[in-house]
Design a protein around this ligand. Structure first.
Ligand code: BGC
Length: 783
């Protein structure tokens, strides 16, 4: 602890130390002038700065200051270009500081376990290696400006359903090898100033209270020296959290649970040194604010140009039959409301108020256009007829389609992997009218594509940010050459997803273990729509000269086409097939190289013990012959060679033999998962009257308790007031607000309300609901 921090701490009362660890309001920690402690200002993250001067909220509902809306992580991650991510981080750091923000809340490096997670667009990948590399570059860029960052959401937050009080049951090996390494990479290589703990329980212990996660793993194993802040409203039990090393509870404004801590210190159940450690980290972060270069203007045009460059480099060309792309802008018609009302970012806390916006229609002025559908994706016979007519008159019809806002958002998960029926009908109608149909796809995650054979080309833009239209136009017309590659597998249909039966439950069993994403499809030999790492270019690349010297691998890549382009060269390690179960291949290196026609470049990869290791009570390298695979995607390996690795001999555990983890037939059984975890399956008992707790939400209790139904209706109506009184669940913002307000446990609702919904009121209502009216009223009238 530095001397200044120590001096301040030594002067503070216990109550003030505890109070300091609770924020002041929505975006600030407490300033304590009597101790010369300034406030810390925080703002979302992660693909732009959502700095709110008025009307603060955690869901991106109220307006924020104009800021560059960079492509969301689904697109920036697909660049596979750490230098671009670093530049993005730097630009966001500058924009944050210009708004006097100390800590920008990003990046998000959670693993995309299932395509239906509503927040997948905010995350980089299903693979921890690429997610870690992209996240680390972002943090390095942002912190190089003097701004702080917050790596989120730590950890195992892979669905939105019951996000505040769900439970992720997952075995330690899967955590260590799949869900934690992206965080580990960012911590070890970029030292973010803060880490944001996630909402859900991990193996039944809330992230905020999880000593194993926040102290043993994060601080002791990985050497994290910064501050842990809760996700907004994620603080579960302040006493346990202090001991776990969860420093700052946000948002602030409520004193809820502060008295528990003081009592626990006084009765000796919580050492004061735990409170001191948390308070010291808050002071240290607050003091850093004094030297941040705040208040400078940023270059809006330069940042917009960077956003466009990232979108151009992250777009993935999924199909290009007969080389129909690139095209001549004079030959086309643009179809689809999304070309005009472009979907370029997702809803929720990451929502940015852009400095400017270029849609595809803006970027291709004068091109014939037909909306074909409305913003929600609905079509009419008339809109389809008009679309077909417009398509027929053009040489090439470009349809802009994907997922409208309501389909994916923070706060709830997608209900299906299908696109809206209207978009599918629109694509099919246009394709029937014009055989040269190209689809520009705008969505934050994989979708089913039953129409794929009917169209000639598909350009996947993800959610490409404010300059996405300009980027798409440049890619379609060949001013830019696509070079993005998918960082997630696109399965043929949802029925192929290995977590399909456990995703979206309050307790979600991570039964598939390490077999999420390509780990599963590649090992099981399951056909997919597009494999992990896949993406086409307007040129071609040849691979040659694989060399392995010690732990250094090199290979040469040559542009054999006639256009300049960039290739993402991927290195996978395939382990020997014995011992503890392992995916057939895992990504352990990548390099993006830009090449002129005919040009070659040799790329080098450095492997280390972790490239081969498994978690088995610590990292262990199983000895044996590994295959080093170099390819253009996980399914397109161009070069491979064997490498003998010294290490230990690890036997397969008995339970593994013949189990799903070896056969990959069907789905794992409960018994197999229990064996993998070494413990029984966890579950959440149905709430029972008399035993409702602050961990239940009004939504969970409304059908069994009149008092809770009243509260639910009240919440719904209060939210509806900001929507002209309409309870419109087809409006993503309304739905998200209801899910976040009414489906948050009472404890989180109190905390997230910044003092508007006091704890005694929640506790009183709870007592009423539990059948104790007198107790309830007493609590409610308590000052
Ligand atoms: C989100 C975080 C965000 C925070 C503050 C939460 O609901 O999960 O990602 O940083 O709100 O807006």
């Amino acid at each position: 602890m530095n001397k200044k921090v120590q001096d301040i701490l030594s002067k503070m009362t216990l109550e003030d130390k505890i109070s300091l660890c609770n924020g002041a309001d929505f975006w600030h920690s407490k300033a304590m002038a009597q101790y010369s402690i300034p406030a810390v200002t925080m703002s979302d993250g992660p693909h732009g700065v959502r700095c709110q001067k008025n009307g603060a909220d955690m869901l991106g509902v109220n307006e924020s200051e104009p800021a560059t809306c960079f492509p969301t992580a689904v697109t920036s991650g697909a660049t596979w270009d750490a230098a671009l991510l670093k530049a993005e981080g730097q630009a966001i750091g500058e924009e944050g500081l210009s708004c006097s923000v100390d800590v920008v809340l990003g990046p998000g490096v959670n693993i995309k376990r299932n395509p239906l997670c509503g927040r997948n667009f905010e995350y980089f990948s299903e693979d921890p290696y690429i997610a870690g590399a992209m996240g680390a570059a972002w943090v390095q860029g942002a912190q190089s400006t003097g701004a702080g960052t917050s790596l989120k959401h730590f950890a195992a937050n892979n669905q939105e359903y019951k996000r505040f009080n769900g439970n992720s049951q997952v075995d330690e090996r899967t955590l260590r090898e799949l869900y934690l390494p992206a965080f580990e990479t960012v911590i070890k290589t970029a030292q973010p100033e803060t880490v944001m703990c996630s909402y859900p329980r991990i193996n039944n212990v809330h992230a905020s209270d999880n000593h194993w996660l926040l102290t043993d793993v994060l601080r002791k194993d990985w050497g994290f020296a910064g501050l842990v802040v809760t996700d907004w409203g994620a603080m579960c039990d302040r006493v346990k959290a202090m001991h776990a090393g969860c420093d700052l509870s946000m948002p602030g404004g409520s004193t809820y649970m502060e008295d528990w801590v003081a009592a626990a210190v006084r009765d000796g159940t919580l050492p004061e040194s735990d409170v001191d450690a948390c308070a010291a980290r808050v002071i240290a972060l607050a003091l850093k604010g004094e030297s941040r270069p705040k208040g400078h203007a940023f270059d809006k045009d330069a940042h917009n140009a960077l956003a466009q460059k990232i979108a151009e480099n992250g777009a993935v060309l999924l199909k290009n039959e007969g080389g129909i792309l690139p095209l001549d802008a004079g030959d086309i018609a643009l179809i689809g409301e999304m070309a005009r009302t472009m979907r370029y970012q997702g809803a929720g806390s990451s929502h940015i108020n852009p400095t400017q916006l270029t849609t595809l229609c803006d970027a291709l002025p004068g091109v014939p256009f037909a909306a074909g559908c409305d913003v929600k994706g609905a079509v009419t016979e008339e809109s389809l007829r008009e679309a077909a007519e417009t398509a027929r008159k053009a040489k090439i019809a470009v349809v802009c389609a994907g997922l409208p806002d309501i389909y994916e958002s923070e706060g709830f998960d997608r209900e299906t992997m299908s696109m809206p029926e209207g978009h599918v009908r629109l694509i099919e109608t246009v394709a029937a009218a014009n055989p040269n149909t190209v689809v520009v796809l705008l969505c934050g995650c994989a979708v089913e594509m039953p129409w794929l054979d009917k169209v000639k080309a598909v350009l996947y833009m993800g959610l490409p940010g404010q300059a996405g239209g300009a980027a798409a136009a440049n890619l379609l017309t060949g001013k830019a050459n696509p070079s993005g590659k998918l960082t997630e597998t696109w399965p043929l249909c949802y029925d192929d997803v290995p977590s399909r039966d456990t995703f979206g439950k309050k307790t979600t069993h991570y039964k598939e273990g390490l077999y999420a994403g390509y780990h599963y499809y590649d090992t099981a030999g399951k056909a997919v729509r597009f494999p992990f790492g896949y993406g086409l270019s307007y040129t071609q690349f040849a691979y040659s000269d694989l060399k392995i010297e010690g732990r250094t691998v090199s290979a040469t890549v040559t542009n054999t086409g006639s256009t300049a382009g960039a290739e993402v060269v991927q290195l996978y390690v395939a382990p020997p097939k014995n011992g503890p179960y392992r995916p057939a291949k895992e990504l352990k290196g990548f390099a993006k190289v830009s090449l002129q026609p005919g040009e070659s470049q040799t790329v080098h990869f450095e492997l280390n013990d972790r490239s081969f290791a498994v978690w088995c009570d610590g990292w262990q390298v199983p000895a044996g012959s590994y295959e080093i695979c170099i390819g253009a995607s996980v399914a397109d390996i161009r070069l491979h060679a064997a490498l003998n690795v010294d290490g230990v001999s690890l036997a397969a555990p008995d339970w593994q033999k013949g189990s799903w983890y070896e056969t990959l037939q069907g789905l794992p059984t409960d018994a197999e998962f229990a064996a993998l975890c070494g413990s029984a399956l966890q579950s959440d008992p149905e709430p029972k009257k008399g035993a409702f707790t602050m961990e239940h939400s009004t939504m969970e209790l409304k059908d069994i308790s009149g008092a809770m139904m009243l509260m639910f209706k009240g919440t719904e109506s209060t939210i509806a007031k900001s929507f002209g009184g309409k309870k419109d669940y087809s409006d993503p913002t309304f739905k998200m607000m209801v899910m976040s307000g009414a489906d948050a446990p009472l404890r989180a609702a109190v905390l997230s309300s910044c003092g508007m919904f006091p704890a005694n009121l929640a506790e009183g209502m709870l007592a009423l609901a539990n059948g104790h009216p007198l107790q309830g009223i007493k609590k409610m009238v308590k000052k």
